[in-house]
Design a protein around this ligand. Structure first.
Ligand SMILES: [Zn+2]
Length: 367
């Protein structure tokens, strides 16, 4: 249905809402189309009408063919793309560019998050946004030059992921105002689907980071997205990130920086960014953030573990203190402190010190 609406929009240059509802407007456009093709004029999209619509859409040789980004086109309903090019600021489209020049996707993090309502992100300056629920929105046609990625603008499609994501030390930029978030599994899946889709439809050969073109964007998009989306794209789709040490000059600010080694290995098993459940099964959740936090603890990185647990939604100071305390004392197997047990005073003091010196500062840094 959404496919139908955006196809009609494309064919007739209309702005029917792409909401999946068979309105009289939509019905009228279908009849009009059927009449023009000498099909039975009944307003119903049967196989013949559908084929004719597909044909017509294909013949309008525009890069933003709606069938390319509307609906569950990636073999999974987890990464549909919706067209919002009619709602985004046209002033962001600096000029039209030939698609033959476009060979790369540049990954970005927005450094903020406003929920899953796409209208809250229409002003983001990028071709695509990927929201926490994994929905992908096209804001500008691929043929538009949009100033998203500094020196990469001419050759790339810019993709902004909603969220303020931590760096390799678990530190988020300005967390008090912008929060501190984990990349959601849905965003990872969507990012991968989008790379696959753009490789297929645009022939992109590169996946790049904003960091590589701007010295003020050192953690853009951050290790988590880089590993789980870009490194995946390199491994699975054969994309290139320009090679180790690749970065470019910046005419309007500090030069870019190469991808750090830590980003390349961030999510490997046993590393801080390791995640389970991304193997392709639909519906994995962030529940494994807890496991991830524990793994990190074992490496002795308590600060990072705390930030990850908090970003994963744990905010109870007692629970967070226990997380660290019991990881320091695995022999307790989670057994609570008893007043009469030997060493109670020392252990209780340690527990309180974890709460005062680690948990509370970490909580207040991400409020
Ligand atoms: Zn960026």
């Amino acid at each position: 249905m959404r496919w139908l609406q955006s196809t009609l929009n494309l064919i007739y240059g209309r702005h029917l809402p792409v909401d999946g509802i068979m309105s009289p407007e939509v019905r009228y456009s279908v009849r009009r189309f059927q009449r023009s093709r000498h099909l039975i004029e009944n307003g119903i999209v049967g196989p013949r009408t559908q084929r004719a619509l597909e044909d017509a859409a294909r013949r309008i040789a525009r890069p933003e063919l709606p069938e390319r980004f509307v609906g569950p086109l990636f073999g999974s309903t987890s990464a549909p793309i919706e067209d919002r090019t009619h709602l985004s600021p046209k002033s962001y489209r600096v000029r039209t560019r030939p698609l033959s020049k476009v060979d790369a996707v540049v990954l970005h993090q927005m450094a903020f998050r406003r929920g899953n309502d796409p209208s809250k992100y229409d002003n983001v300056k990028a071709h695509y946004t990927v929201l926490p629920d994994g929905k992908i929105y096209l804001l500008h046609p691929h043929t538009a030059h949009v100033s998203t990625s500094n020196g990469f603008n001419g050759r790339s499609v810019g993709v902004e992921f909603a969220g303020n994501f931590p760096d390799t030390k678990g530190v988020c930029w300005s967390p008090k105002t912008n929060g501190c978030h984990l990349v959601t599994p849905e965003q990872i899946k969507a990012g991968r689907a989008l790379l696959r889709h753009l490789q297929k439809t645009l022939g992109i050969s590169h996946v790049l980071a904003h960091r590589q073109s701007s010295g003020t964007r050192q953690n853009d998009p951050g290790p988590d997205l880089w590993f789980h989306v870009a490194e995946w794209g390199k491994r699975t789709l054969g994309l290139s990130d320009g090679g180790p040490g690749y970065w470019i000059r910046n005419t309007v600010g500090p030069d870019g920086n190469a991808i750090p080694d830590a980003w390349r290995t961030w999510g490997q098993p046993g590393q801080p960014g390791a995640r389970s459940g991304l193997g392709g099964g639909v519906g994995s959740t962030i529940a494994n953030a807890g496991q991830k936090a524990l793994d990190t603890l074992r490496a002795g990185k308590e600060h990072l573990a705390l930030r990850l647990a908090i970003a994963g939604g744990q905010r109870d100071e007692g629970d967070l203190t226990n997380l660290l305390f019991f990881s320091r004392h695995p022999e307790r197997r989670g057994r609570r402190l008893q007043r009469r047990e030997p060493g109670f005073a020392r252990l209780a003091a340690e527990w309180k010190s974890i709460r005062a010196n680690l948990v509370r500062p970490a909580l207040s840094a991400t409020r």
